[in-house]
Design a protein around this ligand. Structure first.
Ligand code: ZN
Length: 204
């Protein structure tokens, strides 16, 4: 818009800097901000021969003076106020994003925690190999890693479970009597049963 180009505010000390000000030569070169509404009214007045590009009509000038004079500060606030809700909304969006990130992070960290618990167990051959013997081997190694003091009991239990051709899902359904029949200490049996759920979950 020609008016805008003409009255582009180039005074960095002006509140309205880089927007549009009518610099009122008859009033100490005061900057009177012009918004789109003012500009279109001014343009109309130019069309009607009541104003020029260099000066608005008297009534327009009065409007600009009134709008700017008492409200230099108010005008600034009015400019800032809509920016605040904007910022607010923006922060909300960021928080929502952040929360989403966090939840995905915690979802990510879950398997991480599991794999940490599983420690140096070679998970790849176990995961891909469906051989129950290899699977059981990996599982027992995993438990030994967790409770090294029970290594001998666990290795003994492994032999007995292998002799029974039990796979990991089979261990899950063994009852206390069966552990006793297999001559596997109940504490070991219960641990084998309890942990197998956690262990296999990591591969599902
Ligand atoms: Zn200005």
């Amino acid at each position: 818009m020609a008016l805008y180009a003409r009255w582009h505010c180039k005074d960095p000390s002006c509140n309205n800097y880089d927007k549009h000000c009518f610099v009122d030569a008859s009033n100490d070169r005061k900057h009177l901000s012009i918004d789109a509404k003012d500009a279109s009214r001014w343009n109309r007045a130019i069309g009607n021969g009541l104003a020029t590009m260099g000066a608005p009509s008297e009534s327009q000038r009065a409007i600009l003076v009134k709008k700017n004079a008492p409200a230099q500060k108010k005008a600034k606030d009015a400019v800032n106020t809509p920016a605040k809700p904007d910022k607010h909304v923006h922060i909300h969006i960021n928080r929502a994003k952040h929360r989403r990130n966090n939840s995905s992070e915690s979802a990510d960290s879950e398997p991480t925690a599991k794999s940490r618990k599983r420690g140096p167990v070679p998970s790849s051959p176990v995961a891909s190999d469906s051989d129950p013997e290899v699977e059981l081997e990996g599982y027992i190694d995993y438990l030994i890693e967790q409770i090294p003091s029970q290594k001998d009991l666990l290795l003994a239990a492994k032999e007995k479970l292998l002799a029974e051709a039990l796979d990991l899902p089979g261990i899950r359904i063994l009852d206390n009597f069966t552990w006793a029949r297999l001559d596997i200490p109940l504490g070991i049996g219960l641990r084998l049963k309890r942990k197998v759920k956690i262990y296999t979950k990591g591969y599902e």
